[in-house]
Write a new protein. Structure first.
Length: 262
């Protein structure tokens, strides 16, 4: 299969198929699904850390060479800053000038919640487009790296999509419409991958820094987005399971890279 077609297919898998897989969890009885979802989050945390530190960042450093190490560090810091700003903007949109909690209390079933559903769709589209960019940058560097990156994207998208589906239903969208809209936002991943492919193909010298930026994104999602939620349950048994599943996520990425020939 041509590499460009494979890139778009993997972007679709990361953006669209992950939403379809997430819906499967929604048909599981709610008490069991509530117990399973944190396990997916723990595994996704390990997958993102593994992809960032064992695949993307080493490839970025190798591509830039010793002389480009400082620039790679700068790209990494810039990526962390960009993702921090993006998250701030999303939180600002949701909070509506800092009154989100007050508004939710006053409008439990009103226009505010409908608006929150729309914001979720917009945020998901932007998020998926960035995922597409990361996948394209990885495939342009190395086919196995692209496959590993796709696996990491899918791993963190599944629990993310479950939460988004629940928000849409809570905002008043029917389950079928919420599913269709959730799937539709995945198209942004394909668009992002196509645009990034065309842009980076013309400037291959930027690839190592694009990979460092991608690594920063994965690190930020894992450390700032997922790990704080895992700390909400600190009992010894739950903590031990979280550590094991994070380790499993790292191991799966490492083994996937080895099997793919990295």
């Amino acid at each position: 299969m041509p590499l460009f077609a494979l890139t778009l297919l993997c972007a679709a898998f990361g953006g669209i198929a992950s939403a379809a897989l997430a819906v499967v969890l929604l048909w599981i009885p709610e008490p069991r699904a509530a117990r399973l979802l944190p396990h997916f989050v723990s595994f996704a945390t390990g997958a993102l850390l593994g992809a960032a530190l064992l695949a993307l960042l080493p490839e970025a450093i190798a591509g830039a060479g010793v002389g480009g190490a400082h620039a790679i560090g700068l790209a990494l810091v810039t990526g962390l800053g960009v993702f921090f700003v993006i998250e701030k903007l999303v939180l600002w949109w949701h909070s509506e000038d800092g009154h989100a909690d007050h508004d939710r209390a006053l409008h439990a079933h009103g226009a505010r919640e409908r608006a929150s559903g729309v914001l979720v769709l917009v945020g998901d589209s932007v998020h998926n487009a960035l995922d597409g960019v990361l996948i394209a940058a990885a495939f342009l560097t190395d086919r196995p790296l692209g496959l590993v990156t796709t696996l990491a994207v899918a791993a963190h998208e599944i629990p993310h999509r479950v939460g988004d589906f629940a928000v849409l239903v809570h905002a008043g969208f029917g389950r079928r419409r919420a599913l269709v809209l959730n799937l539709a936002t995945g198209v942004a991943a394909v668009i992002g991958a196509a645009v990034a492919w065309l842009a980076l193909k013309r400037s291959l010298g930027m690839l190592p820094y694009a990979l460092a930026f991608a690594a920063a994104g994965f690190l930020y999602i894992a450390v700032a987005g997922l790990i704080p939620g895992l700390h909400r349950r600190a009992d010894p048994r739950t903590s031990a399971v979280q550590v094991l599943l994070i380790a499993l996520g790292v191991l799966v990425i490492a083994m996937a890279g080895r099997l793919a020939g990295r």
